[in-house]
Design a protein around this ligand. Structure first.
Ligand code: ZN
Length: 406
């Protein structure tokens, strides 16, 4: 080896050594910044401070957990995974009404054809007890209609109702009354609301009933089924009994706080009317727009919708605690946004969250239950089990229906 080559090799070695030193030093600086919490400045955290915190009043535990179950109220927070619940809790001074529904389980949300479900397949699994393809409403993957818990309840003498903070023809409420192969068939879905099985519905979507492509209006058909048609919240307050079709918006219901106390008020009205039935009732209430907050990757949207949903849960739990014969189930159809909670100042209502997707995720979602029969909802199970557990809670004889056999 010549002298020149030896010098060159030595030079290369020295350069490599000093390069390695520099890299290590950079890493150390980054680690220290992370430990000091400076990473937050770089990571573009999404921070929101709510001004709409609510005080959570004490809900008494149910007096007799073995009492007969006369009523079921199912509350679905669309897109409400553990992080969305925790975002609400953290932004609300570390408390939610949901915490009083302390029989807790998880449901697995995959659909028949996709590991990542949509609201139609997820809603149909809970409503009808079957797995179906994404987009299908109240139908199996071969396009056979399947009877929903609401329809079964109606046939057994229960009063029934649907409340949603969106179009009432939207996928989740539709899963309980309609039977179509596509959630986008809003006008076809609307026709299923002209039903003897349904006593009350409150939501948006008036245009699907009276501004249709086939230029029919379904309002006279609803009236012939005995529905009182209501188009404003003021009119709804005045209604004290009977069948109710409340279509309070031409399209979707506005987001919170624009829509005001629509969801808790509508839920209270539904309970007031349905509970007049001696044989009990089934009511599904959807907090529809937690999902839209997730799709928007908006901490603000998720937190406000989540807190509005929790205030609605509070109204339901107060009724159930008083009644003693009502089973309350609070769950979701799937998680939306892959949300995570990074930091919070619970007292001040400040929350820092992030999202990993603008779509749904496949993670299992929580199920919270309160009232007689609540213990049955503990554990980890498929979303179809929500249907079967509700059916068992009502103790109907349903041996003839194919989806009712386990
Ligand atoms: Zn969604």
């Amino acid at each position: 080896m010549t002298q020149k080559i030896k010098i060159l090799l030595l030079f290369i070695l020295i350069v490599q050594f000093s390069w390695a030193q520099t890299t290590t030093a950079t890493k150390e600086v980054k680690t220290k910044a992370y430990l000091k919490g400076e990473y937050k400045k770089e990571a573009k955290g999404k921070v929101y401070t709510t001004k709409n915190q609510h005080k959570v009043e004490v809900i008494a535990p149910i007096a007799n957990p073995k009492a007969q179950i006369k009523n079921i109220i199912l509350l679905i927070g669309d897109g409400m995974g553990v992080s969305e619940v925790f975002a609400g809790l953290s932004a609300n001074n570390d408390q939610l009404y949901i915490e009083y529904a302390n029989r807790i389980g998880f449901q697995k949300t995959k659909s028949k054809n996709k590991y990542k479900t949509d609201s139609a397949a997820g809603g149909t699994s809970m409503a009808c007890g079957i797995k179906t393809n994404n987009g299908f409403v109240g139908m199996d993957a071969d396009s056979n209609s399947v009877e929903s818990i609401l329809e079964t309840a109606a046939k057994h003498g229960k009063a029934t109702g649907l409340v949603a903070a969106a179009k009432i023809t939207h996928a989740t409420p539709a899963s309980f009354i309609a039977h179509v192969p596509s959630r986008k068939q809003y006008e076809d879905i609307a026709e299923f609301f002209i039903s003897d099985d349904l006593d009350l519905f409150i939501g948006g979507g008036l245009d699907d009933f009276n501004k249709r492509e086939d230029s029919r209006t379904l309002l006279p058909d609803l009236e012939s089924k005995g529905f009182q048609i209501v188009k404003t919240e003021e009119e709804l307050i005045e209604i004290k009994e009977g069948k109710v079709a409340a279509l309070l918006s031409s399209g979707h219901i506005a987001k919170y706080p624009v829509r005001g106390e629509f969801l808790p008020n509508s839920t209270n009205k539904a309970i007031e009317i349905l509970s007049q039935n001696d044989q009990g009732f089934f009511l599904m209430v959807e907090g529809s727009q937690i999902d839209w907050g997730g799709h928007d990757n908006s901490v603000e949207y998720v937190v406000e919708e989540m807190l509005d949903f929790d205030r609605t849960v509070g109204e339901v739990l107060k009724f159930a605690a008083d009644d003693g014969n009502t089973l309350v189930i609070i769950t979701a159809d799937h998680e939306t946004g892959g949300m995570s909670v990074h930091d919070a100042n619970p007292e001040k209502g400040r929350l820092e969250g992030r999202f990993t997707t603008g779509s749904h995720t496949s993670v299992m979602v929580p199920v919270f239950a309160y009232g007689p029969g609540a213990d049955a909802f503990m554990g980890i199970y498929e979303n179809t089990e929500v249907f079967h557990k509700m059916l068992e809670a009502f103790k109907f004889d349903t041996s003839k229906a194919s989806n009712h056999k386990k």
